[in-house]
Ligand binder design. Sequence first.
Ligand SMILES: Nc1ncnc2c1ncn2[C@@H]1O[C@H](COP(=O)(O)OP(=O)(O)OP(=O)(O)O)[C@@H](O)[C@H]1O
Ligand SMILES: [Mg+2]
Length: 508
Amino acid sequence: MSGGEFDEVVLEARNIVKNYGGTRALKGVNFEIRKGTVTTLFGENGAGKSTLMKILSGVERPTSGQIILDGEPVEFASTNDARDRGISIIHQELSLAPNLSVRDNIFMGREIVGPFGVDYAEEARQTRALLEEMQLAIGPDTLVHDLRVGQQQIVEIARALSVNSRILIMDEPTSALAAAEVEVLFGIIRDLLARGVAIVYISHHLEEALEVTDHAVVLRDGTMTAKAERKDIDLEWIVRNMVGDNFDLGSPPTGYDFGPPALAVTGLTVLDRENPERAVVNGLDLEVRAGEIVCLYGLMGAGRTELLEAIAGREPIASGDVLLEGRSILKDSIAERIDAGVGLVPEDRQRDGLVQTFDVGTNLTLASLGRSLVRGVISRRTENDRAKALIADVTVKTPGPDLPIGALSGGNQQKVVIGKIVGTHPRVMLLDEPSRGIDVGAKAEVFRLLSDRARQGLAIVYSTSEVGECLSIAHRIIVLRRGRISAEFGPDATKEMIMAASGEAVAA
Ligand SMILES: Nc1ncnc2c1ncn2[C@@H]1O[C@H](COP(=O)(O)OP(=O)(O)OP(=O)(O)O)[C@@H](O)[C@H]1O
Ligand SMILES: [Mg+2]
């Protein structure tokens, strides 16, 4: 997607090493970024991508190695320091302050000051312009905690854009975005490239990343293992270099009969929190049988998250009913629904999925503590064994259950969120964009795990904005559009049919 006439190196990393205690995250990496081009960085979960980017943007200091900016060696004391030299980063983990407005988040630490103090009106004006550029229909005073994850991600992008950097690092910028929003971002990337901005792009949506690539680089276990120009590579090259093997995500599990309905939703209506005149889920009926995997596909705002959260008891229901194996759970609390067998893998892992102050093992077993009871007392040993089993089940890359959760790579944190719910042995499992940031190999593992559980009678509702995932995992694909079911397909549907039913523009 290069801007054309540029190609000089603006930033170079030489022989970068980064140790975290005994973990050697980077083992001497050389990396360069060129003006007006996109360098994409591929690699499995835990390969060291975010670590390298944190070093280039002043978040972390390297253990050893050098950073050369415009031919001069530099050391960044902080992110502000890197930002002053024209480098900014869109973080993989959302880093906004939830209790502040969108405007305050964008201008935090670099307020616009006029003769009478902070010029809030000017900040609001610039925020509005940025949001408009990103096509996000919210006001500058909206509080961040009222935003959905996808909207937060767009604000995160807007904040990085507001700085006018020469080097922009995007670490999984689209993991919570739907195709239409990704297109908006790509339009912006094209403009930036034409102005000579150098971009680093990281994404586990490989097709999408390939679309913007000029230079591709693969990291594996802290080492650079492959490097190529766009014209010399394809999807197969990326996967082969990332995981050393080429495979696909498989197809929905077959060879068994579904059981009776495990989940039934009838006439379900959920109102918009901000505008109760509007229904975000509108009189919806849905039935999922034991052993069946149903995919929910739709654009951002179609009502998928609200539907799943309403079933799990996290979103008030205006009318309708939710039946678990024939019994209404409408009056049950969130905890009672979990006990009854409703497991939700939530959209927002930072807010709802993980306890940041706990280690990996505790995060995995907390939701199912009852299973660690031995004669009425919580057994540390049983808990530890269960944690280890879950780590293996969902292939979390960690030296053990005792690591703080924040020390895991983004994709591995997401695997913990999934493992935690698997550990509660639900009857119905609801997954809201569960593949966020998970590498291809791990995604295949998760799909295998879900297929196995489905065979054993688990009913699964899998919500995603990646059509390819629906076709690989689901027996039935339900498309949501403005709170209603707009279409239903079997596994023989095409991507185009599904996308068209969602209201998405399908490229000819
Ligand atoms: N603060 C920390 N303490 C200990 N280990 C850490 C810390 N931060 C990162 N690591 C480890 O460094 C390695 C590289 O992690 P990194 O986040 O760079 O991976 P990544 O390539 O970005 O993966 P993902 O695709 O999952 O985002 C991992 O093994 C991770 O557990
Ligand atoms: Mg990462």
